[in-house]
Write a protein that binds this ligand. Structure first.
Ligand code: DNO
Length: 357
């Protein structure tokens, strides 16, 4: 198990210098952010990013994410050209020592919340999702924007894109299109040694009338069966999947085992059906048992990169929604503490790194 944190590059107010002071952190997960979706990332920009991260004494072995162009999801237009570019990017990333590539197949919008600064009883603020508020949002109006949303569209492009999904897309077609995509990219991964790790849909149900398919155990089984290679794997995002009570996260971790290459570990508090708050990582704060989640990762043998996920904003911090320093660092330290205890309790030959110096 390697503990990592997400880093949004030079523009991230949470610098590498700050991140590397977190005990137990081995590396960051990052991406190239200034290339339009669908274009290949240049070798120069990949190696520059690698150098920056390595110069801070941190590893860069996980990319989150290489975005998938909407033509690929829709199965139209220039999808073959975009898939070809995706493969070029994968080859270049492998050359730079990247081992895992996270991606998602959510139409148009990545993770979605209805309020970004909800004040919690302790005075911190967090992201929340309330289904009936989501139903009132017209994503084509207003200024709701989240990290991960592609804000490069003009209003007209966005309207046309959503119309296309509304008129042409069904869940079955989305499955066909992901299969087409995986059949082209996984052989490249097998050749260069990259593990693909799909991020589940967050939240795992349809939002803004758009289809979402990566939502539960059945969907993950289907995904894995589309292309049998181990490199066709998963990012097990506890917070994304865990908002559905029927998704038992420790069970899913044990079930998918070595298909899980990347774990996002956080807690959420389910307040009502299809409504949740992003709580602190600590088990009693939310609806998920984070100790059981870490134990499941230990049980499957632990060849996995883990990062704490979204944090609340605490101690007056301002920053990218979900991606401040303080609460994520508390989260990582908590996960690390659980891990140390699990290792010491269950393993005979305790790893040297857990002994006093
Ligand atoms: C949210 C993130 C997602 C994730 C993408 C992966 O905080 O977990 O934006 O990076 O869905 O492609």
């Amino acid at each position: 198990m390697k503990l990592t944190m997400r880093w949004y590059g030079e523009s991230d107010p949470v610098t590498l210098e700050k991140l590397r002071q977190i005990p137990g952190l081995t590396g960051v997960v990052s991406a190239i952010y200034d290339v339009p979706v669908g274009k290949a990332w240049s070798e120069e920009s990949i190696f520059n990013l690698k150098k920056k991260i390595n110069d801070a004494n941190l590893e860069w072995e996980v990319v989150e994410s290489v975005p998938v162009h909407e033509d690929i999801k829709l199965g139209c237009g220039k999808r073959d050209e975009y898939i070809e570019n995706f493969c070029i990017t994968l080859r270049r990333l492998a050359k730079a020592g990247v081992k895992v590539v996270c991606y998602n197949f959510m139409p148009v919008f990545d993770w979605t919340r209805t309020e970004l600064k909800h004040i919690l009883p302790d005075g911190s603020n967090a992201l929340i999702y309330i289904e009936k508020e989501a139903q009132k949002i017209d994503p084509m109006e207003g200024d709701l924007s989240l990290p991960g949303w592609d804000i490069g569209y003009t209003k007209e492009e966005l309207v046309n894109l959503i119309k296309k999904y509304n008129t042409e897309m069904t869940e079955e077609k989305l499955w066909d299109n992901i299969k087409y995509f995986l059949e082209k990219i996984i052989p490249v991964c097998d050749e260069v040694g990259i593990k693909m790790a799909i991020h589940p849909d967050d939240p795992p149900w349809s939002v803004f009338g758009l289809p979402r398919i990566i939502t539960d155990t059945k969907a993950l089984e289907k995904l894995c069966s589309l292309v049998p290679s181990k490199n066709n794997g998963l990012t097990l995002c506890a917070g994304a999947l865990g908002v559905l009570k029927s998704n038992n996260i420790p069970e899913m971790i044990r079930k998918f085992g070595d298909r899980i290459h990347f774990g996002h570990v956080r807690n959420i508090l389910i307040t009502e059906e299809k409504c949740f708050e992003e709580s602190a990582h600590y088990t009693p704060c939310g609806s998920l048992d984070v100790y059981e989640i870490m134990k499941a990762y230990h049980d499957i043998g632990g060849d996995v990169y883990i990062r704490p996920d979204h944090g609340r904003m605490i101690w007056g911090e301002e920053g990218k929604p979900g991606y401040g320093l303080f609460d994520r660092a508390l989260g990582l330290t908590y996960l690390n503490g659980l891990w140390e205890a699990i290792v010491k309790e269950t393993e005979k030959d305790v790893d040297k790194k857990y002994l006093p110096r």
